[in-house]
Design a protein around this ligand. Structure first.
Ligand code: B12
Ligand code: SF4
Length: 478
């Protein structure tokens, strides 16, 4: 392994999967450049329980030392922007390390990020990181590099992003790197935070064939044009990578595909299923969508080892889903897909957006009613409505929709917490269904405070009754 004249430390914030950092580490290794991976507070669910960062910063500074000839590559999303700012200003104040930011947030919001770093990577980072390292080592930049923005340079109105047209030539993400570290609650540990994990996480695509208004992909694709939007890793490559993973980590017993929609193309889907069934057959999880999945496809998935599918419902109101979230699917299609999946014995995970300012009480109840019509039990992942900067929703450019945004949604009688509790209950089963119906059909509405108190009790009961079933439910930092 060639030693770079710069020590490279790739830092993931609040993210043990951190596929971006793992891909960058692997691509540097393939170029012969050694780098460390450092996962700071790897459990992202901790992020809402802050402030946890000051002890983490001390640990990190101790690890870096004076930071001479060191490049710190920070990977962040909007949620971890405050932590990235705190960390970078401590680095600037106490070390001479160079700081390069990359990830979804710098890609969508370069103006907000550039003041905090020496350079930003916009889009795919493999080439940009290598070019920036060469630049630090003294190689001049002869022309603008797509995806690389240096501090002090003006941010163009439409900055160029780095995009790889194909993924297959990239190395597989690093999981067993010798130089991996993590910091948990301020304490430093050697090793990958996923060491010993029995599930292997991977993504076989970048981008997405859909373009929801709340998602980064809509904006990222806009700059690309339809032919380059969505890139997949060839099924043969996925299988080869998985064989290599199992050789290194024989304890892996499940595979988690994090693609937003798993192999929409029929040819690749069939090829994957055939190879996976013949060569692996390990239980796996993936996300499906009614536009591409029907009973035949679910059956094929089941046969080759799939044990659970995730389905993005978002809400029960078709109008809201279509007009605001820009999702094409109908309730009928979603319900049919869920029913087929349950019928085939697949475990279900439903993704929902809660606390939307576009919802009124009636819409919230529509969601709860819709959930009651779907197969149970199911794992429920609740995402608080968030206007991520740089997305259609974040820029308020959803105008023209037939749905009115409420200015008082925080005061709604059936508040978010209540909807969360009811939605959770809708997925549990008979035990709690009667209670949910009682709460909903009370003639006199409960006062907001009682609603919230009840919701909290229900949540505790939910977790008590279903210890294996996680309910992501947390406030979004403003
Ligand atoms: C898989 C996934 C997850 C997984 C794994 C997380 C992960 N980030 O690896 C899990 C389930 C854990 C997860 C959790 C969350 N996620 Co998520 N997730 C995704 C998803 C679908 C794919 C990400 C991915 O792995 N891509 C593949 C890798 C290779 O690409 P990448 O991460 O973008 O990295 C490349 C470049 O960005 C760049 N790069 C990245 N970092 C750096 C650093 C440097 C120094 C450089 C040079 C380059 C660079 O180079 C990389 C390689 O080319 C994206 C949607 C999407 N399509 O991006 C949402 C997404 C990232 N998630 C999102 C959110 C909101 C979350 C949560 C907050 C949800 C929650 N309820 O808490 C948490 C936050 C966790 C965290 N701290 O990141 C949002 C973030 C939006 C935003 N603007 O911040 C996204 C974009 C989806 C959306 N709604 O738009 N997520
Ligand atoms: S389906 Fe998921 S990844 Fe694709 S655009 Fe919508 S939210 Fe984004």
């Amino acid at each position: 392994m060639r030693t770079s004249p710069f020590r490279v430390v790739l830092v993931a914030l609040g993210n043990d999967h951190a596929l971006g950092v793992r891909h960058l580490h692997a691509s540097l290794a393939a170029r012969g450049v050694a780098a460390s991976m450092l996962f700071v507070e790897p459990d992202y669910r901790q992020l809402s329980h802050g402030p946890w960062f000051s002890a983490d910063i001390d640990s990190l500074l101790a690890f870096l030392g004076p930071g001479d000839r060191t490049l710190v590559g920070l990977s962040l999303v909007t949620l971890t922007f405050p932590q990235a700012v705190a960390l970078s200003s401590a680095l600037r104040a106490r070390t001479s390390a160079k700081i390069l930011w990359g990830g979804v947030h710098p890609t969508l919001c370069p103006e907000a990020c550039l003041p905090h770093a020496d350079a930003l990577c916009l889009g795919d980072g493999e080439e940009v990181l290598a070019v920036y390292l060469d630049h630090l080592a003294g190689k001049p930049l002869e022309k603008p590099v797509p995806g690389l923005l240096l501090a002090g340079s003006p941010v163009p109105r439409q900055p160029m992003r780095a995009w790889r047209a194909e993924l297959t030539s990239l190395p597989a993400p690093s999981y067993e790197a010798a130089d991996a570290w993590h910091i948990r609650r301020g304490r430093f540990y050697r090793g990958d935070p996923l060491r010993g994990e029995t599930r292997h996480h991977l993504i076989a695509s970048r981008g997405c064939p859909l373009a929801c208004s709340f998602c980064c992909n809509e904006r990222l694709q806009g700059a690309l044009g339809p032919d380059r939007r969505y890139r997949t890793l060839a099924p043969r490559r996925v299988l080869d990578d998985l064989h290599a993973v199992l050789r290194e980590r024989p304890g892996i017993s499940r595979v988690m595909f994090w693609d937003d929609i798993f192999y929409p193309s029929q040819a690749q889907f069939l090829e994957f299923c055939e190879l996976y069934e013949q060569e692996l057959g390990l239980p796996f999880f993936c996300h499906v969508h009614p536009q591409w999945y029907d009973r035949a496809r679910l059956e094929r998935l089941r046969r080759c080892g799939c044990e659970a599918v995730g389905i993005g419902l978002q809400c029960g109101s078709e109008l809201l889903r279509r007009e605001v979230y820009r999702r094409p699917e109908s309730n009928l299609e979603l319900a049919a897909l869920c029913a087929e999946a349950a019928d085939l014995g697949l475990d279900l995970q439903y993704d929902l957006i809660v606390d939307s300012p576009f919802e009124n009480d009636a819409d919230r109840m529509t969601t709860v009613d819709f959930l009651f019509r779907l197969p149970r039990p199911a794992r429920l992942f609740l995402y608080p409505y968030t206007e991520f900067p740089g997305t259609v929703l974040g820029e308020g450019s959803w105008t023209g929709s037939a749905v009115v945004r409420s200015s008082t949604h925080a005061e709604d009688r059936v508040g978010r917490e209540f909807q969360v509790a009811l939605s959770g209950m809708a997925c549990w089963g008979k035990r709690t269904r009667a209670l949910a119906r009682w709460v909903r059909h009370r003639r006199r509405p409960l006062a907001r405070r009682s609603v919230i108190a009840l919701a909290r009790i229900l949540r505790v009961v939910h977790l008590g009754l279903n210890p294996g079933r996680r309910l992501s439910w947390r406030a979004w930092p403003s």
